[in-house]
Design a protein around this ligand. Structure first.
Ligand code: MF3
Ligand code: CO
Length: 260
């Protein structure tokens, strides 16, 4: 299917994105000490469904031989980078760094976003990690514009984070989104000379999502078959928005959760 979305599709994506952002905001507000990850997941799911949407991760398979993802949210805590599960025994604790990732279908089109929250008394360097990861995403989306190379996004993210000593996860990347949960192009958060030289075009819809660690960039998958964890168990943060490429820049499809 075409990577270009029509103006009518962009309008639907914006409606879906507003719902998604609100669902994420409700989940973030529910991230308090003692909260169950299952309860946080339920809040997000019920909001999406109440607005006529459908969670896009629930039942999703990254590849056909993979198991179906069991939750609405990915809830990744501390050294977990992405794809952490909502499980009754998983309870939010004081000092946790919690990344919430969410996607939804709305009128046949899907959007994707993520945010990292600090719960209670979080170490200053973890707060800095959360803030710098978000800033790297803001800088990355600022270069989005028709005619610009997709690779400029990753170069911009890398140029901001690398001098600050962070690990930039390489095994997972941002992606096109809209007609599918994951579409072309891939969007690394770092310089990757082996990537095809793709230029952004008006109507492309991109999910840009730096996944950043306080230590090494290397990650592995836990034997639950989902959760991606840092190899050195350093704390990680993850922010993501969906944007539409325009002639002059971009349009934010998923409002920042603090503005929704
Ligand atoms: N949120 C991930 C992304 O941004 C996708 C999650 S896939 C799932 O690309 F199966 F884990 F839900
Ligand atoms: Co994504």
């Amino acid at each position: 299917m075409s990577l270009i979305k029509t103006p009518a599709e962009i309008e639907i994506l914006k409606k879906g994105g507003a719902i998604l952002s609100r669902a994420l905001r409700l989940a973030m507000d529910a991230c308090v000490v003692g909260a169950s990850t299952v309860e946080i997941d339920r809040i997000a799911r019920e909001y999406i469904v109440s607005k006529g949407g459908e969670p896009s991760f629930l039942g999703y398979r990254i590849s056909p031989e993979d198991p179906a993802y069991p939750s609405t949210l990915c809830i990744s805590i501390n050294d977990e980078v992405v794809h952490g599960l909502a499980i009754p025994e998983r309870i939010i604790k004081d000092g946790d760094v919690v990344s919430l990732d969410i996607g939804a279908w709305y009128q046949g089109l899907c959007t994707d976003m993520a945010a990292t929250v600090a719960v209670g008394n979080v170490q200053p360097r973890n707060l800095e990690l959360i803030r710098d990861t978000r800033t790297s995403l803001e800088k990355g989306i600022a270069v989005v514009k028709a005619g610009t190379f997709v690779s400029d996004i990753g170069a911009t993210v890398e140029d901001f984070l690398k001098p600050r000593g962070y690990g930039i996860v390489r095994d997972l990347v941002g992606h096109g989104v809209g007609h599918e949960v994951h579409e072309e192009p891939q969007i690394p958060n770092f310089r990757e000379p082996r990537m095809p030289k793709t230029k952004m075009r008006t109507g492309m819809v991109l999910a840009i999502e730096p996944m950043i660690t306080l230590g090494d960039w290397r990650v592995y998958q836990k034997d639950d078959g989902w959760t991606i964890v840092t190899k050195d168990h350093s704390v990680a943060a993850h922010w993501e928005v969906t944007v539409a490429v325009t002639e002059t820049g971009y349009e934010l499809i998923t409002p920042w959760p603090d503005e929704s």
